[in-house]
Design a protein around this ligand. Sequence first.
Ligand code: ZN
Length: 444
Amino acid sequence: MSLSSLFTLLFPHLVDLRIDDVYRAGLSVRIVASTRAEDAACPVCATRSQRVHSRYVRRLADTPVSGQEVLIHLGVRRFFCDVPACGRRIFAGQVPGLTVPHARRSRGLSDVLAGIGMALGGRAGARLAARVAAAVSRMTLLRQVRAEREPEVCVPRVLGVDDFALRKGHVYGTLLVDAQTRRPVELLPERSAQALKEWLIQHPGVEVVCRDRAGGYADGIAQGAPEAVQVADRFHLWQNLAAAVERAVARHRRDLPRTTPEPAPTTPPAESPGIRQGPLAERTRRRHRQVHNLLAQGRTITEIVGELDLARNTVRRFARAATAEELLAHDGTGKRPRRLERYDAYLRERFAHECTNAVVLWDELQQQGYGEAMRACATTSAPGAASQCLRPNPPSRPPSVRSPPGSSATPTTSNTSSNSSSKLYSELVPNWLVSASVFRASLA
Ligand SMILES: [Zn+2]
């Protein structure tokens, strides 16, 4: 392969130029070149002209070669446009595939920078561009992206329509998507039937429109593309289905069978009620005995501290207590008794009579002398029925459209066992469950 063939292969955009010199300057490679064409076309009237006005040198940054920056010193000519009706009198000749009017980068380098900016955005794109293409600022990359021509809008056969929030709760726009290629087609600045209608009139050919169940878009489609078939999209079908199932189950909640409360776990009786057992209690009794024996022998507190190797305050506390039982906790658990536990038997009885309303129970306890606040009553960690029946039910989350109605969308209440509710659920909505399985299969 000859050198000229290699040059043609590697630099196709320079083939039409006359290369006068190539030299290295620092870290960059400079190419001195000029155009060969004798004439050029006016950019306004497209009439070719040979009458030269002047010459000048453009400096163009080109795509790097082997990691080296390339700068082209391109000699170009200005021409007169002699067409009387044309508004342009003088214009500069361009090199197809290499130059763009007023640009200081070659078309190839501009395309590379636009691609990097499109993929990475400003800051990250600028960091990558400095390594692989050219050192440019993030704003230059963004300008390059904005200067790109928008692709031609191809009218899709199946159009997806949905709204999106520019500012949630305040400003909404409309997103149009090609439902077959899943590529966005257009963003409309507002969520209105009028905007959709105008777009459909300007872009005829849509056969199917997939949308949510709101009436606004339906009107816009009916006016803009009356022959198009309107279908509800899968996302909103799921959303509406979940809401309908929730309403149905809530409506029949009274028919759900109530469950009987589980018997409270029986705790094994203590060996001797009222007397605390365990190693800690035994050690307390032993020390109390030792301290009082030494006191009876006439020892002082200081001598007892040295003899038993205990803290002074500990010895004083043992000396003040007449019996070891005074030093021990009362319930044998080591925990302070909670005030609600005194009403445990009463609460169990009320719970057995199906009174589980925390407000009602708290009111009844107030009449019996319970002085704690409602919050303390409802969040107490007392064992037994007291905490079970007074703890408020956790708020149920609304069903997600991503979760099938047969699983997490099933509402759970404290009065309903999961088995009975799911059985009733299946009886209420057998057809919906079939639909759900079909949808789930289509989603997979
Ligand atoms: Zn002209």
